[in-house]
Design a protein around this ligand. Structure first.
Ligand code: FAD
Length: 181
């Protein structure tokens, strides 16, 4: 893989930056040695001017994101940190629910359509707000675990995490991921 087409992300609790990883790979210390070596080599081969630094932002969950005949979905409605990998999944769920909620409006007469659209958007929002808020909050929790603020917290995490039974972790994720429209 040439350095120009190599894409990698490095995180550290003092700020996230692939460039920082070159001199201070704090975020990668706990990674397994072979992976760390390969990523380190790829980062070392990447010219500094080709390193992209992206900050990550989310937003406190909101209770409503529709007004009249306009609504939002995906990141526009519920931006979340990427630490449980559910942002795109949530956008797809939104799309499925929105499609169903508006199906009636498409078939309605012209005179009724505006009211049906508004009602459909209200249904869509009701069906999605709580679950989207759960994703936003869980993503923040996962970020706090992935990027501890201090070395002591990181050590505590590394000591405790292996003690959590896999079944408990799977149960936790099942609560997030089990969904049907
Ligand atoms: C590092 C990272 C890792 C991630 N990993 C995962 C993962 O593993 N699993 C997962 O499910 N999600 C993941 N996500 C989240 C996922 O990428 C987003 O939640 C998802 O892309 C949101 O989709 P969207 O359609 O809402 O928004 P976007 O993908 O941002 O799409 C919005 C589009 O609108 C365009 N646009 C904006 N303004 C205008 C305008 N005025 N006119 C025309 N076009 C415009 C933008 O260019 C963009 O193409 C990750 C995110 C990050 C940052």
């Amino acid at each position: 893989m040439s350095p120009a087409c190599c894409r990698c992300a490095a995180s550290s609790s003092t700020g996230t930056s692939a460039a920082r990883g070159r001199t201070d790979p704090a975020g990668s210390r706990s990674w397994s040695a072979p992976i760390e070596e390969r990523i380190g080599a790829a980062v070392a081969r990447t010219p500094v001017d080709q390193v992209l630094v992206h900050r990550l932002y989310d937003r406190d969950p909101v209770g409503s994101w529709s007004r009249g005949a306009a609504t939002l979905l995906g990141d526009a409605a519920h931006p979340m940190l990427p630490f449980i990998g559910q942002g795109a999944g949530a956008a797809l769920e939104d799309a499925v629910v929105l499609g169903k909620a508006l199906a009636g409006a498409a078939a309605a007469s012209e005179g009724e359509r505006a009211a049906r659209v508004e009602a459909g958007l209200a249904d869509y929002e009701r069906a999605r707000v709580t679950r989207a808020a759960l994703f936003v909050k869980e993503s923040r929790r996962a970020a706090a675990i992935a990027l501890p603020r201090s070395a002591a917290t990181r050590r505590l995490r590394d000591a405790l995490f292996p003690l959590v039974p896999e079944s408990a972790r799977l149960r936790h994720f099942a609560r997030l991921l089990d969904w049907s429209p």
